[in-house]
Design a protein around this ligand. Structure first.
Ligand SMILES: CC(=O)N[C@H]1[C@@H](OP(=O)(O)OP(=O)(O)OC[C@H]2O[C@@H](n3ccc(=O)[nH]c3=O)[C@H](O)[C@@H]2O)O[C@H](CO)[C@@H](O)[C@@H]1O
Ligand SMILES: C=C(OP(=O)(O)O)C(=O)O
Length: 424
């Protein structure tokens, strides 16, 4: 277990640069096995999810090498391997090996994915998609065994019952080399899906309509990578630092941002009265003394991201009045509430509604980061609180926050990680 020790209450200032998007990266790494040539990814975040995915690649005889933020993946000597639970359960995105292995080998044996404990996370739509393409899917004691027919996968029309990032990506990965045309209706529109499609299209795939609710894929025989792919900036990491900056009240510049990806989030900051200067690829947060409470409802992109409802909570605690949060994607995503209460926050949850009351002065406490964004929320709260906060299970934060201790030091924060491991 890792602990993040924070001596809070300091005014922060300076610059922080956002890394590549975790949710793109964790799809791009499995997607790399579809290539017949080595793949180079640029702007790769140094996070535990990347480390774990690289370890899974190794089990398939796929080599990878990381130098700073450049990751080279060589799948030319790939061998089929079963991926039982264990490593696979260390993260959610291991489920992308289902679609990618199906595309590469016509079969996949993958344990049930792990990831954040944020309520039920079924994968029925992924399975429905694979079956529509002709695959046979069996759940044998938690191992998902997926087999394409002898003649290979065949394009099909798939209507997703709900908007799902994971199912949309998994169907793309399986369909990109299937015979004929696949149409995904009610597809998710997240920027990370566009990033993945850009990567695949540059390797010879034909994927159209990504970013709309209808995606059309014409299957191709081979994919070959010719140039490095630069991963888009992480909009959730950006939102986390913007929330910290606004709540702390210091002068902070957040660099490497695509502000359009944060439209719903920035609209809420604006409504709250946060003083922002939005530049071409950066946002400067100025002191904002009179913050107002706002209500938040999380929705699929381009709505307010569920992954930002916890990171914005400490900022809501700085506003006057009561804010209400409804997380329509993960209504049970409330692991931060009991921990914030230990720090003196006035926050409650009832019937899947979260009520945040402004005005309480936070005090340092011993808390636990039971999932990534709960951890990010507690990290911000710890930086705002008087005294020392110790966050247990900080490994959940490191799962998706690139070089977080170093970045916080750049802002002059007093933080220390106990039990550091090598993420590269
Ligand atoms: C690695 C990654 O990119 N993770 C993101 C991805 O997770 P993930 O891809 O797992 O989330 P989905 O978009 O699939 O989930 C959206 C909703 O659909 C439900 N659902 C989904 C699939 C399915 O087969 N059946 C089903 O019922 C889920 O329980 C959830 O309520 O999108 C989430 C929603 O924006 C984000 O919080 C995660 O950070
Ligand atoms: C829920 C998240 O991640 P994952 O889907 O990888 O568990 C997240 O990034 O907030």
């Amino acid at each position: 277990m890792q602990k993040l020790v924070i001596n809070g209450g300091k005014k922060l200032s300076g610059e922080v640069t956002i890394g590549g998007a975790k949710n793109s990266t964790v799809a791009l790494i499995p997607a790399a096995i579809l290539s017949n040539t080595p793949v180079v990814l640029d702007s790769v975040p140094q996070i535990r999810d990347v480390k774990n995915l690289r370890s899974i690649l190794k089990d398939m005889n796929v080599t990878s090498e990381m130098n700073n933020d450049v990751l080279k993946i060589d799948p030319t000597n790939i061998q089929f391997a079963e991926l039982p639970s264990g490593k696979v359960s260390s993260l959610r995105a291991s489920y992308y090996f289902m679609g990618a292995m199906l595309g590469r080998f016509g079969k996949a044996v993958v344990g049930f994915p792990g990831g954040d404990d944020i309520g039920p996370r079924p994968i029925d739509q992924h399975i429905k998609g694979f079956e529509a393409l002709g695959a046979h899917v069996e759940n044998r004691h938690g191992q998902i065994i997926i087999t394409a027919p002898e003649e290979g996968l065949k394009g099909a029309k798939i209507f997703l019952d709900m908007v799902s990032v994971g199912a949309t990506i998994n169907v793309i990965l399986a369909a990109v080399k299937a015979k004929g045309t696949t149409i995904i209706e009610n597809a998710a529109k997240e920027p990370e899906i566009i990033d993945l499609a850009t990567f695949l299209n540059n390797m010879g795939a034909t994927i159209r309509g990504v970013g709309t609710e209808t995606i059309r894929i014409e299957g191709v025989d081979t994919l070959r990578s010719n140039n490095a792919h630069t991963i888009i900036p992480d909009r959730i990491e950006a939102g986390t630092y913007l929330s910290l900056a606004a709540a702390n009240g210091g002068d902070i510049l957040v660099k490497n941002i695509i502000s359009e990806h944060l439209d719903a989030f920035l609209a809420k900051l604006d409504e709250m009265g946060v003083n922002l200067e939005v530049g071409e690829d950066s946002i400067y947060v100025k002191p904002s003394p009179n913050l107002k409470a706002v209500n938040i409802k999380t929705m699929p992109y381009p709505g307010f991201a569920t992954d930002l409802q916890q990171p914005i909570t400490p900022l809501l605690m700085k506003a006057s009045g009561e804010a209400m949060i409804v997380d329509t994607i993960y209504p049970k995503r409330v692991k931060h509430i009991s921990q914030l209460t230990k720090m003196g926050a006035n926050i409650t949850s009832e019937n899947d509604l979260i009520f945040v009351h402004g005005g309480a002065q936070l005090k340092g406490a011993n808390v636990s980061a039971d999932e990534i964004r709960a951890g990010a929320c507690l990290m911000i709260a710890g930086l705002l609180a008087d005294g020392q906060t110790v966050i247990d299970h900080a490994e959940n934060i490191l799962r998706g926050y690139d070089q977080v201790v170093w970045k916080l030091h750049c802002l002059n924060a007093d933080v220390k990680l106990i039990g550091e491991d090598d993420l590269v």
